[in-house]
Design a protein around this ligand. Structure first.
Ligand code: HEM
Length: 530
């Protein structure tokens, strides 16, 4: 084993699943047959025809024909890096997760940063949310923290995600526009969804044109839970803070770089790691005891709200260092499969309806992206801890399970269910009750206080940038009725802000603020329909 290689690498090498490109190897087919000629296909005579029996040609071409897999339905454009996580202080008060208790461990991680809207080949510096997904290879299984660089989200319920993504992807009839958030469909949808207002303020700020992946924050966004040995549960929000500080491009730079160097962020991350400038991020938790769940003027289960740090300070408890570039983009960065449902003992979910829906969506989409259930056997996804189960077969099964039985219970008592000493995953026995209904909880219906708080927190320069971004983005909307409806919505945030945007668009400030109701019973919608 190479000195300095990580624990995960050591395991992969041992299992003969990595391959170095050293001089001296002989070309062979995937079945191991050595090949002496790879520049001409096998033909009957110098001028053909080409022969079907040329298995080397057929493997060469078939593999190539099948090289592409579907890109992610969102976050298709991304860049990855390996690294490790170190814990400063044990967190036994809140959780019995070993990764958050043992300060002697260096837990291997793989991180993928991404944009959301664009396709795999799109430019890095567009105005967009950035994904910040971390896979911790813990000794108790993989824990995926699938976050973004903005602490809140557009919508409150997962059922709206397909609508949101349809509205922000290129329009369906002509695939225009690519690479920007601004177009009629997106603002049509957003202006009818008042819950998106807080996120819109962040989107229009400089946060969505980061200078580098090394210089942006990360947030779990949804509320998760921590469980300790006493079976006490706490709500938790997860945070990442870059050691280099948070920095953005200015819009003019972002635009130019998009044309001159569409790989700007990918290159920056790669070169920083190659030159030993390892990106580092502090890891933090905001913890709320279960008894305090209802003490806020917003609902902890509503991911369009953050927990103000004045109310619950962030405890900075660890640090992540990214110190190695992937060896192969496809095998690692493209095939990595994150899922909010990948948690370890001591970490659980809340009833946030977005998180609950995400828990379904990631596995579902990956069954499509990887043509079946065996993607967790791909090296980048495989846990580093030993594990046994009765899951079998499927396309491209790698694992060779020996033995006669593949069910439980069985005469060998193997693999047996874990006992308490094994520290198994505990699903917290939470009491649930209520009417079966589609109604949202009362505190979910307030959409503006935190949007206003965000606006008020900005310096004058930051406000100028936000106004300029809103003018630019809404300025590219063709339908003045959509622009007006968005200004009516922004009037709920701040009058001066709404007026400055309206002035820039050359439209009159609407006479009053309007709170839309998802397009239902809305006078603005009936006007649009006429
Ligand atoms: C990727 C669904 C909300 C962060 C994805 C993917 C899907 C998805 C289907 C593609 C996964 C793949 O192909 O491997 C959803 C749904 C959401 C939601 C249904 C709302 C109900 C969010 C939120 C965040 C987020 C709130 C941030 C906290 C990410 C990230 C990725 C991703 C970072 C890319 C992961 C990677 O790098 O492979 N999401 N998402 N998503 N999502 Fe979400």
């Amino acid at each position: 084993l190479k000195p300095g290689s990580s624990k995960k690498d050591q395991i992969l090498e041992r299992e003969n699943r990595t391959q170095d490109q050293e001089p001296g190897h002989v070309l062979a087919t995937p079945t191991g047959v050595k090949i002496d000629h790879t520049d001409d296909s096998l033909k009957a005579g110098e001028r053909g025809p080409t022969l079907m029996e040329d298995f080397h040609f057929r493997y060469t071409m078939t593999q190539f024909d099948h090289e592409r897999i579907p890109e992610r339905v969102v976050h298709a454009r991304g860049s990855g890096a390996h690294g490790y996580f170190e814990l400063f202080e044990p967190q036994a008060e809140f959780t019995n997760a070993k990764v958050l208790n043992d300060t002697s461990r260096k837990t291997p991680v793989f991180v993928r940063f991404s944009t959301v809207q664009g396709s795999r080949g799109s430019a890095d510096t567009v105005r967009d949310v950035r994904g910040f997904a971390v896979k911790f290879y813990t000794d108790e299984g993989n824990w995926d923290l699938v976050g973004n660089n903005i602490p809140v989200f557009f919508i409150q319920d997962a059922i709206k995600f397909p609508d949101l993504v349809h509205s922000l992807k290129p329009e369906p009839h002509n695939e225009i526009p690519q690479g920007q958030t601004a177009h009629d469909n997106f603002w049509d949808f957003a202006s009818l969804m008042p819950e998106s207002t807080h996120m819109l303020m962040w989107i229009l700020s400089d946060r969505t044109i980061p200078r580098s992946y090394r210089m942006m924050q990360g947030f779990g966004v949804n509320t998760y839970t921590l469980l300790n040995d006493k079976m006490e549960r706490h709500f938790v929000k997860f945070h990442w803070k870059p050691v280099l500080g948070v920095h953005s491009l200015v819009w003019d730079e972002a635009q130019k770089l998009g044309g001159q160097d569409p790989d700007y962020h990918r290159r920056d991350l790669w070169e920083a790691i190659e030159s030993g400038n390892y990106p580092q991020f502090d890891f933090g938790i905001q913890v709320v005891a279960e008894k305090d769940e209802h003490m806020f003027d917003f609902d902890l289960l509503d991911c369009t709200k953050l927990i103000p740090e004045e109310q619950v300070p962030v405890r900075w408890i660890g640090r992540m260092t990214l110190d190695r570039n992937p060896d192969n983009f496809f095998a690692e960065t493209e095939q990595v499969a994150f899922c909010t449902q990948h948690v370890v003992p001591g970490i659980g979910f809340s009833n946030d309806p977005m998180l609950q829906g995400r828990n379904f969506s990631y596995l579902d989409t990956q069954l499509n992206r990887f043509n079946g259930p065996n993607f967790n056997e791909v090296p980048i996804n495989k846990p580093i801890c030993p594990f046994f189960n009765n899951l079998r077969d499927g396309f491209n099964r790698q694992q060779i399970n020996k033995g006669k039985v593949n069910y439980w219970p069985n005469r060998y008592a193997n693999p047996r269910p874990a006992t308490e000493e094994d520290h198994p995953y505990i699903n917290f026995p939470e009491k649930t009750e209520g009417m079966k209904t589609r109604v949202r909880a009362p505190k979910f219906k307030e959409h503006y206080k935190q949007a206003t708080m965000f606006w008020n927190s900005l310096s004058n320069v930051e406000k100028d940038h936000l106004v300029a971004a809103a003018r630019f983005e809404l300025g590219r909307v063709d339908d003045v009725r959509i622009q007006t409806r968005q200004i009516e919505n922004f009037l709920n945030v701040d009058h001066e802000f709404a007026k400055r945007v309206a002035d820039g668009l050359g439209i009159n400030v609407p006479s009053q603020a309007v709170v839309q109701n998802h397009g239902r019973h809305s006078s603005a919608l009936s006007q649009l329909n006429t």
